[in-house]
Design a protein around this ligand. Structure first.
Ligand SMILES: Cc1cc2nc3c(=O)[nH]c(=O)nc-3n(C[C@H](O)[C@H](O)[C@H](O)COP(=O)(O)O)c2cc1C
Length: 201
């Protein structure tokens, strides 16, 4: 019998949801360590393991991150000519989401990592590896009874994010995972049937 039992594993994989509202309960450090230990078993192109993690847990660090991300959000929305009320509402919502996330794991790609820097496909492989490590963390979190969501805002403000969290200069933030004990149980967003997405040859 394969381990874990396939039915149980498929149910587990399908039951992961993006969780955006959290209970105000802390995530124990031991649990976080386990998530990151499991994260590093993710596959990566050429086994380059380009991922780097910053665990954001203090109000002070979250505040600096919120300042950096919302400043960029403001600039982008203003440049698109969006009204001040819409900008202010979005800023307040984003600040609240950051403040209320018990833990934020900032996922960065270490741009100094290469096998062949002249290979134009290499950047794609490295970014693909980042997506996989993010899912590995989300699934490990799900196994611990935690909820999480990938949030892409840092991609819009990579430099500011790096400065706000005092990350090394070669770290390029790709996204952040909000993690915590879930305060919601959303229904699965609709999926396109896999048969419509698949060709057999
Ligand atoms: C690369 C990536 C970026 C995402 N960015 C955001 C985001 O910025 N904000 C957000 O609330 N959810 C974000 N999500 C979560 C998706 O909205 C979510 O995965 C999708 O709606 C399917 O829902 P499910 O994860 O519950 O199956 C992102 C997911 C991925 C994989």
């Amino acid at each position: 019998m394969p381990w874990p039992p396939p039915d149980a594993l498929h149910d587990f994989l399908r039951s992961r949801r993006s969780i955006r509202r959290f209970l105000p309960e802390p995530v124990p450090e031991g649990v976080l360590s386990r998530l990151l230990e499991t994260a590093i078993y993710a596959p990566s192109a050429h086994n380059l393991q380009p991922w780097r993690f910053a665990v954001v847990r203090t109000d002070e660090a979250k505040g600096r991150l919120a300042d950096a991300l919302t400043a960029q959000m403001r600039r982008d929305m203003a440049a698109r000519g969006e009204p001040e009320e819409a900008i202010a509402a979005r800023e307040a919502r984003s600040r609240r989401r950051i403040a209320e996330a018990p833990i934020i794991v900032m996922l960065s790609l270490d741009t100094s990592v290469h096998r062949d820097p002249n290979d134009p496909r290499e950047p794609h492989m490295l970014v693909q590896s980042m997506g996989i490590v993010g899912l590995q963390i989300l699934l490990a979190a799900h196994a611990e009874g935690l909820g999480g969501v990938w949030v892409c805002w840092p991609l819009y403000a990579q430099e500011a994010t790096r400065e706000a969290l005092d990350l090394p200069p070669t770290w390029a933030p790709q996204g952040m995972l909000f993690l915590g004990y879930p305060a919601e149980a959303p229904a699965p967003p609709p999926r396109r049937p896999w048969r419509e997405l698949t060709l057999w040859r």
